[in-house]
Design a protein around this ligand. Sequence first.
Ligand code: 5AD
Ligand code: SF4
Length: 468
Amino acid sequence: MREETIRISQEELQRQRDFARQVRCHPDRPKSYYIVTYGCQMNAHDSEKLAGMLEEMGLEPAAERTAADFVLHNTCCIRDNAERKALGNVTWLKEVKKERPDMLIGVCGCMIQQQEMAQKLLKQYPFIDVAFGTGNLYRLPEYLWQAVSNHERVIRVENEASTLAEGLPIHRESDIKAYITVMYGCNNFCSYCIVPYVRGRERSRRADDIVREADELVKSGVKEIMLIGQNVNSYGLDSDEGVSFAQLLHRVSQTGIERIRFMTSHPKDLSDALIDEMAHNPAVAPHLHLPVQAGSNRILQAMNRRYTREQYLEKVQKLRAAIPHIGLTTDLIVAFPGETEAEFEDTLSLVEQVRYDSAYTFIYSPRKGTRAAEMPGRIAPDVASARIERLIALQEKITGEVLASMRGEIVQALVEGVSRRRENQLTGKTGRNINVNFNGAPDDIGKMVRVRITGAGSNTLRGEKVEE
Ligand code: 5AD
Ligand code: SF4
């Protein structure tokens, strides 16, 4: 694996734009595209860049994947089921391609960046036309050009994950909310996690590039920006700019953006300066996603998380003291190798103690090449399922109680659209990132409005608009 950051040069990006122009002028080019995205926000945002590049090549979005000339799967490999789902869908498309032989099938993203994947695709998936990893995403124009002009399979899995490409075109999914990547990659090597292997080393974008992007978004009418990275709290540590994540957050808020969120935060890197910025900057949403993973110190150590249960709880206490209305969410893994019943119960008790707004819960999934995959003490699937069910039931109870306790509060909601359930209802997101439904007219869509909470369902709030 290459360690150093490779900044993609302007000449190289111009070369890619030239390929894009050549594809656009080629009579046999695909005319429409459909991107199937798996996984996290980083992937969702990469798909916006892929869409931007495809549109630069003259392709238009297709309404459904079976109608598209080019179907690109942007994959995830964080757990075995994510990988199986992607490969299952790609294989299903093989049948569609039999009817439409001109269809091009592409696969990219984290799954492709894994060791030996290129060999596997070449041998077992002959119907895949284009494949590339996360590090060479910016080369899509070149790959599509090769596929279109030479009618060849383009399987380009290069061992270079740590690239940083500025200025790619972006087709954004929403004009109300937008992602900005602040850093790529991860250096933490949690023992269960494949991300550092497939996304490369931590590399931060320049603060000026980020602020410029935020500024343009504000000018275009965007109301909420989410700063994303695998571990945003270590923003800047790999560069000599001397801008910390707390300072970056401050600078982005000076663009006049109405609301800023960020994810994901590693508890070990959550600084007092960041807590302070969150507490005093009204643009920063009162929400923090702070994955804890487990409640037992022995398991946390085996996971290489580099904090103890006590240190985590101390951070939670500091956050709540500084920002009394903060909503916390988390990620939890059950059935890590060797996890005893008592250690699992430590996770339950931690969840009870913190009282998260919500949690993503996962059964541990061994990933080839990670340290945990070699650890003894695999937990039987029925035990793992029983544990996750207990954990989910506990978190559902807490979510219900937390939401019910919000009755009577007045919150700021960013109105995202019409409710799926009822026509005259709008749906918005509170600062704590909870959905709230309330009566209203479509001209409020895209605005920040004040809503009084009148009730709660299992994971949404009900409310009424407070007229100014
Ligand atoms: N098995 C189960 N869950 C995992 N996660 C990461 N790797 C694994 C794995 N091998 C979870 C963690 C992480 C989230 C994005 O996915 O909880 O925070
Ligand atoms: Fe994976 Fe840990 Fe990095 Fe998160 S911090 S991406 S869990 S290695």
